[in-house]
Design a protein around this ligand. Structure first.
Ligand code: GRF
Length: 245
């Protein structure tokens, strides 16, 4: 009856895009998605479920605080995971620091609707064994000038799906793996939110065709050259402070 009244008044009845966020740790990326949904940066979406592969992680506390249904599902309990996603009519999955591969049937049913955030510029420093502080140690050992974060579509391999959004972080003299990890984590949030927004707005294909790269004006010399190289490769560049350019 209530629905009918709405329709009669000519109002649009929206169905929210239901997200399941999968975590294994502190959940700061989860928090970024929750905040973006509640602030309206990601409109018409809802974080329906938070699933952790580990007991006792802080990400579960964040879910509780926001009244989001949350649970622990062990990394080998594939059937349970598939059923929960189905029972809750989940539309898309976000891997926010989730340290396992998804079961094949989930990857198949959610093809093009699973986003992972990785703390480096893929395809560099990605794949099996590249997680947590190990990624940043590898970046320092390689001696590269830039690292960053990548949001990409997830498949049955580690870190191999189509890139959607990247953010660039310069490596600076004196960086340790820990300082780098902290600076990269800060840009991960914005990177992930940009990709999740596209997912919930059914615009993932646009990012697959033309991934977005965030750069920061204050980043040191060489970055503009790097950015022009990306433009030459057909990438869309985004000024981190002023929006897309
Ligand atoms: C992030 O660096 C993420 O990219 C990586 O694990 C970390 C998780 O951070 N895969 P949080 O749990 O979102 O705070």
């Amino acid at each position: 009856m209530a629905l009918l009244k709405h329709a009669q008044r000519g109002k649009k009845i929206l169905s929210l895009f239901k997200l399941a966020v999968l975590i294994s740790g502190s959940g700061s990326n989860l928090q970024a998605v929750i905040d973006a949904v509640s602030e309206g940066t990601i409109p018409d979406a809802k974080v329906e479920l938070v699933i952790s592969s580990r007991e006792g992680v802080f990400g579960l506390e964040r879910a509780k605080k926001h009244g989001i249904t949350n649970m622990v599902i062990g990394r080998h309990d594939n059937e349970k995971l598939s059923k929960i996603l189905e029972d809750n009519k989940i539309d898309g999955i976000i891997l926010a620091g989730y340290l396992s591969l998804l079961p094949a049937d989930v990857v198949k049913s959610y093809s093009g609707k699973i986003i992972n955030i990785h703390p480096a510029l893929l395809p560099m420093f990605g794949g099996k064994g590249f997680y947590g502080i190990r990624v940043h140690n590898a970046v320092l050992t390689a001696g590269v000038k830039y690292t960053g974060a990548t949001a990409h579509l997830a498949d049955r391999e580690y870190d191999t799906g189509d890139v959607l959004v990247r953010s660039i972080v310069p490596v600076i003299t004196g960086d340790t793996a820990e300082t780098l990890q902290q600076r990269v984590l800060e840009v991960e949030h914005k990177t992930l939110v940009r990709a999740v927004k596209a997912l919930t707005e059914n615009k993932i294909d646009e990012l697959v065709t033309r991934p977005v790269t965030f750069v920061q004006e204050e980043d040191k010399e060489g970055l503009h050259e790097f950015a022009h190289g990306l433009i030459a490769l057909g990438r869309a560049l985004t000024d981190a402070d002023n929006g897309e350019i």
